[in-house]
Design a protein around this ligand. Sequence first.
Ligand SMILES: Cc1ncc(COP(=O)(O)O)c(C=O)c1O
Length: 374
Amino acid sequence: MTESTQRFCDQVQPQILDVHPYIPGKPVSELQRELGLNYISKLASNENPLGISHKVLMAVQKALKDTSRYPDGSAFELKIILAKLLDVTTSQIAIGNGSNELLELVARVFAGKGDEIIYSQYAFAVYPISAQVVGATGIEVPAVDWGHDLNAMLAAITPKTKLIYIANPNNPTGTRFNQSQWESFISQVPKHVIVVLDEAYLEYAKSFDVDGDYPDGCDYLKQYPNLLVSRTFSKVYGLAALRIGYLLGCDEIIEYINKLSNPFNVNSLAQVAACTALLDTSFLAKSISLNEQGMRQLTEGLSALNISYIPSSGNFVCIYLGSDALEVNQKLLEEGVIVRPLVNYKLPQFLRVSIGTQVENQHFIDALKLVLNK
Ligand SMILES: Cc1ncc(COP(=O)(O)O)c(C=O)c1O
């Protein structure tokens, strides 16, 4: 938009003008249109390369005939299943249009102009956006070794701090912290400061947790009423397009969140899909195992090409390409491989690659080899 076409900027809330919108991965159809390629590997959005589980597909197809009805605004069945699986009550669960919606709602409930929201350098882009949209000041705490510096985050708390966003593991860097680091952190956060622990990649992190020291946010909800845990069905459950996630916390906070969420924010197909996906443990196990194999394949392939990367506990890995990263990204696109440049995360020297199927991972490694003339 040019300045001459901006007719309403004086009326817009000032904080909105500065928001840099979230940049999604390039869709396959867009690259197909641009380059006319017929084989494309999309490794840009940390999606499940296995797609949707067959059981979920059947359940969604069956539910399609009821789409003339509004969905259950309380997501009753899904909450019952989650409550049982996670040992919480249904009043401790809010369901959102993706966990993204819930992350933003927390900021709307707790922060406004003059307040501060803390998050780490290189943390998920939605945290600074959520702070900006509500007019709060985002406090970005420098990372250590590409991950959250929990002690520095504690030190950044001021009387104005309302909220802290933390992802474990973090996206895009894939770094994670352990149980003792987490316990030391959460025990020192003042009780009136809300902590959102974003566990979008929990299932993958647990599968890589050889030392058994990955902290599961659910285990801390009873002790810390100021803790909220967000999770998603977009990753290991393979439901990214349906937009569904959940937030766990104390009854009181969940009630505030529910007050703000739109009526019928989660459609009926997403609810049916999530209920079925939670119970389809064999698909879950298959997805996790594919990710473990893929992570091995990718990191071994990178090491063979002498390319360094940030060790990751998620379903993606950040690879270091220095000043060539953007050029490499362009050339990979021409080879039919979509990965994620990280310029908006101020990591222009890295590309983030999601773990795909065995064939997709190989496509990426072969394309990278070709592009780098190795
Ligand atoms: C750390 C993190 N949190 C939350 C989300 C949002 O997931 P969704 O809105 O699809 O549930 C993502 C998606 O990429 C993520 O990486």
